[in-house]
Design a protein around this ligand. Structure first.
Ligand SMILES: C[C@@](O)(CCOP(=O)(O)OP(=O)(O)O)CC(=O)O
Ligand SMILES: [Mg+2]
Length: 336
């Protein structure tokens, strides 16, 4: 598939087959759930009064405290199915995902998928129905005092309320394409004053979008910067990489015989849009500010493995320019 067609698919939130080209050289072993990667799901569910569904924890370490329905994904699950299971187990309701609201990450060993979801059946777990999953569930008006397991969920609830009131980015749900590793596929764009666009590509064995492999010592977002640094070399330090968000993500558990021997599919591929912007403040050797004339061309990669491709399609150029001016994409936050 032509690179511009690949980019168009990604811009539309679709996925691209994950191949060995997408496996970063630094990543020898495939991702293995609950060993090298840990995925957490979390649901923001609102009722007509914009109360939020909360569950009271039964775990010893947070007994009696309240949290959103959340938990760790289990082997063989799709990401959405894990969220539906946690809501059912902890709150008693059946639900359907509406969209992902946010992705939080601390490298591949902790990635949290936060969904906005809606109730489709079941019934609220009431006192007396408690078990090891939770003591009970309730609709919280977000004002009454409630002892929270963690205040981190307040921002997640706000994200859900904001999206519930205004769908400010396209509905984004995982695309069922298996991935053996955790990677980001980068659509890194450079634009000049004439709004001509270029995209960074890897040349061999055939032109393809670069990927940033997640390693446990770095956040996913840092891995993207490493790829750009690998491409530009010393020119990297005169640029800024602005992450514009997640255009889509790909995950599909694909049961393979003799799982340990063959490629597993516990990985996730995040299709990311980012923009390379010349650092507006450049200084000479004496530290004096230099007048920066916006370049008409992208900085030539010092690494011959990479190249820039000028976007020829005006339709695709307009789509990319629109996204760059108003990203409105699924956010991904690196937590330290
Ligand atoms: C972000 C979390 O709070 C996610 C919730 O995990 P749980 O402890 O609720 O896990 P389950 O027992 O599977 O439900 C924990 C964390 O990673 O900080
Ligand atoms: Mg839980």
């Amino acid at each position: 598939m032509e690179v511009e067609d690949q980019i168009r698919r990604i811009m539309e939130g679709e996925g691209l087959e994950f191949t060995e080209l997408d496996v970063h050289p630094d990543q020898a072993k495939p991702a293995t759930l609950r060993k090298t990667v840990s995925y957490i799901v979390c649901a923001v569910i609102l009722n007509d009064q914009e109360e939020v569904l909360m569950v009271q924890e039964a775990k010893q370490e947070c007994f009696g405290q309240w949290y959103l329905p959340a938990g760790r994904m289990e082997e063989g699950e799709a990401i959405e199915a894990a969220m539906q299971r946690e809501v059912k187990e902890e709150a008693g309701f059946d639900c359907q995902p509406i969209t992902l609201l946010l992705i939080q990450e601390q490298g591949p060993q902790w990635i949290r998928f936060i969904f906005l979801a809606k109730v489709t059946g079941g019934s609220l777990k009431i006192p007396g129905e408690g078990d090891q999953e939770s003591l009970q569930a309730t609709w919280w008006d977000r004002v009454s005092p409630l002892q929270l397991r963690g205040r981190d969920i307040l921002d997640l609830i706000d994200s859900g309320l904001k999206y519930h009131q205004e769908t400010w980015h396209p509905r984004t749900l995982p695309v069922a394409i298996p991935c053996s590793h955790v990677v980001q596929r980068l659509v890194l764009i450079f634009s000049n004053a004439e709004e001509e666009l270029w995209v960074l590509l890897v040349k061999a064995p055939r032109l393809h979008l670069p990927t940033a492999g997640a390693v446990k010592t770095h956040t996913l977002m840092w891995a993207s910067s490493l790829v750009v640094q690998d491409a530009l070399g010393s020119l990297y330090y005169d640029q800024e990489v602005t992450a514009l968000g997640v255009l889509g993500l790909q995950h599909h558990y694909h049961p393979t015989p003799g799982r340990l021997q063959s490629r597993c599919s516990d990985g996730v591929c995040f299709n990311m849009l980012a923009q390379l912007v010349p650092d507006p403040v450049q200084r000479d050797r004496d530290g004096e500010k230099l007048e920066v004339v916006p370049p008409s061309q992208p900085p030539p990669p010092e690494n011959p493995r990479y190249t820039w491709k000028r976007i020829q399609s005006q339709v695709l150029t307009d789509i990319l320019l629109g996204k760059m001016k108003n990203p409105c994409t699924l956010p991904i936050h690196s937590l330290y």
